[in-house]
Unconditional design. Sequence first.
Length: 313
Amino acid sequence: MGIEKLKTVLKSPNRSFELKTPVLGASGTYGYNNEFEDFINIEYLGGVVTKGITLEKRLGNKGDRIFETTSGMINRIGLENVGIDCFIKEKLPVLKEKNIDFILNMAGSSFEDYEKLATIVNDNDIKAIEVNVSCPNVNSGCLEFGKNPKTLEELVKKIRNNYDGFLIVKLSPNVSDIRSLALAVQNAGADCISAINTLHGLGIKLNYNGKTFTKKSVQGGLSGRCVKPVSLYYVNQIKNTVDIPIIAIGGIATMNDVFEFISVGADAVQIGTENFTNPSVISDIAVNIEKFMDKNNFKDFEDLKCKIRLEEE
Ligand SMILES: Cc1cc2nc3c(=O)[nH]c(=O)nc-3n(C[C@H](O)[C@H](O)[C@H](O)COP(=O)(O)O)c2cc1C
């Protein structure tokens, strides 16, 4: 049956969203696909989550924006992006022409920003959006909306009122109680939760020249393999709180990682930082899952998901 086996349907009470495979490229790490298309087996790409799009074009932060850490990285890109008008004019036609499934990731600094973005994407028939209320690298908005359950519920309701498609809200690990935020998202009518965005982090590089020390530092969002246990913890907490589907993100690099996330409640996954180490990782993982299913006679992904979730020692 081939790739058909990997089909994944995210189902909320009011909508559903179908993915070719359960393995997607995470926002900000997979561009708009064209950056990776020479490396990946495109047939096995579950979809692309776009870079965070804002109303206006943004140049992002000045200075050092990337710092390598043990088993991960810190970034402070600051939501550099082309802005929604340019996305619609230049990026959207290419994604459509190449038949790439995608989810538009959006970010704003005010309720009005998110409402306007929601209206524009609705008018352009964009099938799924991921609302970023979790970026730690900008001075205003974004994470501020994702910390307080009341504010978050109000924001998601406003977006819901302006957008008819599949609505995903991306949560942050930099909060005191993710369960109340997950509940707020569900109550406001969102269809799905994705988690996690990056963790606050500080990278320091000291150099001694024989007389004095010099210091370079980058404060931003930590991601990569080192964050996987944190993400597993949060995905598990979200699963124990809400009924809507969950897309897991954070340190995922192998098929086994995907299975671990499924075991705590994930329905699909996104791959972020690992794309920089292995640009074909998304299709590699999907192909490996297909081989595993063939070898072990799993008829479809739902079947595999149910079996993984039943295992408890
Ligand atoms: C360079 C870089 C840029 C990112 N840009 C965005 C963004 O624009 N919007 C967003 O929601 N998340 C963004 N993220 C967060 C990732 O989508 C992902 O949630 C996070 O990196 C954890 O996954 P990972 O450990 O697999 O990288 C970015 C991450 C990195 C490393």
